[in-house]
Design a binder for this molecule. Sequence first.
Ligand code: PMV
Length: 289
Amino acid sequence: MVTCRAPSNIALIKYMGKTEGNCPCNASLSYTLHDYWTEVSLEENANADVFANANEFSEQAANRFLAHLAYIKKLFGYSGFFTVTSRNNFPHSAGIASSASSFAALTKCAAQAIGATISTEQMSEISRHGSGSSCRSFFSPWCVWDENGARKAEIKIQNLRHELILIDSTRKAVSSSEAHKAVKTSLLFAGRPQRAAQRMTNLIAALNENRWEEAYHICWEEFADMHALFATSRPHFSYIQPKTLEWLTAIDRFWRTHKDGPIVTIDAGANIHLLWREDQKQLHIPSLY
Ligand code: PMV
């Protein structure tokens, strides 16, 4: 039996909109979340590929996982079968990027079980076919992903404290795969790659020059941009819940009072991710619960 673990990642510049093979319509930048991981085990099976804990996922998600395993086996001409077991240490399908860690872990595990000797870059490229954002989980702590693939991003700030404000851990109504398709119907989508690229340049510069407040504003504008695409798609949809807005208001108030605070972002879900610098240990947002 082979067991591999991979971390999740949170994008500050978001990947939204894709073409065939999960190729991104715009470049993205992520921070790797080592405390949020998936562990995948593969055990040889004489007859077929079986997903042992498939009942914990939607049928579509379980099939997608097995399809990725089949894709990797085909790539390396492997004819054997496996029983797959997957375990997260956080809720999946809730906008906490579980597809990133799970597909990265499956790719790592399958490559090892098959005996394929490939580079981290190749592994990331293969993982992208299963889930786009998973290709960023191979590089740490920062990863940039564009048309040339994913790679480590050189950013001076290395250790950030991640905090998750969990507002809803239930399965989301619109999957990120559906969101990638839907956003193309938004009139705002036309300028999206340029806006993301501009913010990426500005954010990397701000982080490297210790302009933290500027980084906070860029990240806020970036998640708001992605959620504006959702709001202006046809049919429109939203992940934002009343509690999400309450927390965002509280965080913004905190920033205005203290002239300091966390970087904030929201993925395709209701939950809020905060990133704090190491020297901000004494700061925290007063709980709304
Ligand atoms: O990898 P996917 O298809 O689950 O897309 C993830 C998209 C976002 O999480 C919303 C943004 C991102 O860059 O991770």
